[in-house]
Design a protein. Structure first.
Length: 230
């Protein structure tokens, strides 16, 4: 009897203290769920390894998915290329046959840029820009100005003559070919008039040799040469 009395007493005490306002009912829970229905919910990964991504069969507002396993060229979802780490979020609920209008797409934008893919790229130093051999770093307006100012892509030789002594009616002037190629166009120019002077010009990868017809010695600085290379 003592045990029964204790249980009865517990039931009486609970009944006396029960307040329906403090116990959630079904309607209260449904209202709460409805109020957070648009919150983002991570639903998991969408496999892009085949190159195509299949849409989830159903979607509730806030369902969030991220792409995994996409190949280097990306995986296609409803006409848009996704790469690993990109995400899509359901913005309009659907029960079947979703369209682009049911989603928003988010790109992580961490791919390295190529000629085919928009992405991140490092800025080239002036030395790299001048060398012109690196296809993974970008030239800025400043480094481009440096390239042009340094004449890197206008490959040229310039020199003015030293004293040239005549021998057998000619003066010979040898200039070191710093471009190390015979593929040059060379002109001899008179400094005082800026006129082009006809001369015999022999070009090798080592030396540009100019032979000028003259019965007298030629003073230093009378002529200059300009050699343009490819």
């Amino acid at each position: 009897m003592t045990k029964v009395n204790s249980l009865l007493k517990y039931a009486q005490d609970f009944s006396a203290s029960y307040d329906s306002r403090t116990v959630p009912d079904v309607a209260w829970v449904q209202n709460l769920v409805s109020s957070v229905g648009s919150a983002l919910r991570l639903k998991g990964a969408l496999d892009g390894s085949s190159g195509a991504i299949t849409a989830p069969a159903t979607g509730t507002v806030g369902d969030t998915y991220y792409v995994t396993g996409a190949p280097a060229g990306g995986a296609t979802f409803m006409g848009t290329v996704f790469r690993t780490g990109d995400a899509l979020i359901v913005t309009t609920a659907y029960s079947s046959n979703p369209t682009v209008a049911n989603f928003i797409f988010l790109e992580k934008n961490e791919d390295l840029a190529t000629t085919a893919v928009a992405g991140l790229i490092q800025i080239a130093t002036q030395a790299i820009a001048n060398a012109g051999a690196d296809n993974t770093q970008a030239i800025t307006a400043l480094t481009l100005a440096g390239v042009l100012a340094n004449g890197v892509y206008v490959k040229k030789i310039t020199a003015t003559n030293p004293i040239l002594n005549t021998a057998s009616g000619v003066c010979t002037w040898a200039v070191t070919n710093t471009l190390a190629t015979a593929d040059l166009v060379v002109q001899l120019i008179e400094v005082a008039t800026n006129n082009i002077v006809l001369a015999d010009i022999n070009i090798t990868a080592a030396t540009v040799t100019i032979t000028i017809n003259s019965s007298a010695n030629i003073a230093a600085g009378t002529y200059k040469i300009i050699g343009i290379g490819i």
